[in-house]
Design a protein around this ligand. Structure first.
Ligand SMILES: *[C@@H]1O[C@H](CO)[C@@H](O)[C@H](O)[C@H]1NC(C)=O
Length: 188
């Protein structure tokens, strides 16, 4: 047990530095996901409207373009503007659980494991709520969440509804912040 706790604490340190994520005690919550999720309809361009937790050091104008590559996988192309430059990153999304196609995994490198990318809610045409949680030995978990929009801005009521969906699944949204999407079409 001591070894496990030690391992867990070093992981906290590691993840903490890398992502400014705050660990929460206990295992990951088990949120409900989008029923009858349709991967094909989820494809295309999504903008990051809000994210959890606050990562102020990150870039602006974050967007992701999903392209279907098979019935259960997609190419993921993300970009952000960081210090005036457009940074691009490519990855792969796969349906992780055939019984629940809303549970995707995304990997941005062959050497990195797939991290959970669970679509809790989407109407496919305007907004989506995505959650990612990683358990460490069921002692604690670190999580990320995103409110995505088909446009750079969503009505305040849509963002509030998205936060409500996260809260209903016992996900702490107190550190959620709006993602900067100003002056983006000029920047890129
Ligand atoms: C998204 O990817 C598809 C396929 O590569 C491409 O045709 C489309 O132009 C891309 N859209 C954006 C907004 O980058």
């Amino acid at each position: 047990m001591e070894v496990q706790v030690c391992f867990a604490l070093s992981l906290i340190a590691l993840l903490g530095v890398a992502d400014a994520q705050v660990p929460h005690w206990g295992a990951c919550p088990e949120p409900s996901t989008q029923p009858a999720f349709n991967l094909k309809r989820f494809m295309g361009r999504w903008f990051e409207v809000a994210r959890l937790p606050a990562q102020f050091e990150k870039g602006r104008c974050i967007e992701t373009n999903f392209t279907l590559t098979s019935e259960s996988s997609a190419l993921v192309q993300s970009s952000e503007v960081l210090k005036g430059e457009v940074k691009r990153i490519e990855g792969t999304a796969v349906v992780d659980d055939q019984k629940n196609p809303a549970k995707l995994g995304i990997s941005f490198s062959y050497v990195l494991p797939y991290t959970p990318y669970w679509v809790l809610y989407t109407d496919y045409v305007s907004s989506a709520v995505v959650y990612s949680c990683t358990d460490v030995l069921r002692i604690f978990h670190v999580d990320l969440a995103w409110v995505l929009g088909r446009s750079r801005r969503l009505p305040e009521s849509t963002v509030l509804r998205a936060k409500q969906i996260l809260m209903e699944n016992r996900i702490d949204v107190s550190r959620m912040i709006a993602s900067p999407q100003e002056d983006c079409d000029r920047a890129v």
